[in-house]
Each structure stands twice: as structure tokens, then as C-alpha cells.
Design a protein around this ligand. Structure first.
Ligand SMILES: [Fe+2]
Ligand SMILES: [Fe+2]
Length: 138
């Protein structure tokens, strides 16, 4: 397991909590596939399929928050959106490395050393403030 669901704090909007929980499940599934691949128990195509599922989930997660922030004129929207865009760019670069070079090692390193601490901190800070603001309208 990469991330324990309890490591990601709850925010003031239930829809956001559900999205976060689902994402943790998917990233954990991806992490298990990576470990399986390293042990020759998972084939590469299967790993790529779960990576695509993860990337798709992240895209939906970020666009859900972006559209609410835009709709309700959240004061820190550009900053919060900027973080989403940065992480998405990194994940798309990893997708390229994975598909073109079969670089599973860089993906694993990124998930452990970047994505995990990032998502925990992001939910604790930007998502928490955003959800608190949005909960005045929703
Ligand atoms: Fe979020
Ligand atoms: Fe966010």
C-alpha cells in the first residue's frame, strides 16, 4: 500500500472527500501493479492500463475542483489551479516515459517521493481552505 486512507485529511465537502478516497484506492492499485511488475507477476500492458485509469481519475479530480472554484470565484483559484496543472504536467511526462521507455522505476520513485507527500499536503492545505470556502455556497 502506498497511502493509507487515514493519512489524507477530511475536508468540509463530502464530494471532495469521496473523490480523494477513490483516488487513494486507485493509486494504491497502481502501486501494487508496479510491485507485481517488479516481481514478474504483472505484465506491462496491465500496468499501463491502471496508470491510465489513475491519470484519468486525477484529471477528473482536478477539473471538478477547478470548475467549482471558478464558478464560486474562489480567491485563490489561480494558485490552486496552478498546483493541479503542475502535477498533471508531471504525470503526463511520466506517462510518456512509461509508454516510450517502459520506465517503471521513475514512476515508482515519483509516486513514493513526490505524489504521496504532495497529495497529503495539498489536501491538508489548499483543498481544506477551498472546501471551507465552497461549503458557504454548497
Ligand atoms: Fe483534491
Ligand atoms: Fe486540489
Amino acid at each position: 500500500m502506498l497511502i493509507n486512507v487515514g493519512e489524507v485529511p477530511k475536508v468540509a465537502l463530502e464530494d471532495m472527500n469521496e473523490i480523494h478516497e477513490d483516488e487513494i484506492k486507485i493509486v494504491n492499485k497502481l502501486y501494487e501493479k508496479i510491485l507485481g511488475y517488479e516481481d514478474n507477476k504483472t505484465d506491462f500492458e496491465e500496468l499501463v492500463k491502471v496508470f491510465e485509469e489513475f491519470l484519468n481519475d486525477v484529471v477528473n479530480h482536478f477539473s471538478f475542483e477547478n470548475s467549482l472554484m471558478s464558478e464560486y470565484n474562489f480567491f485563490a483559484y489561480p494558485m490552486h489551479r496552478g498546483e493541479h496543472d503542475r502535477v498533471l504536467f508531471e504525470l503526463k511526462s511520466l506517462e510518456k516515459l512509461l509508454k516510450e521507455n517502459k520506465d517503471v522505476e521513475t514512476l515508482k520513485d515519483y509516486l513514493v517521493n513526490n505524489f504521496k507527500p504532495w497529495i497529503v499536503n495539498h489536501v491538508k492545505t489548499m483543498d481544506t481552505v477551498t472546501a471551507m470556502y465552497l461549503s458557504n455556497f454548497l
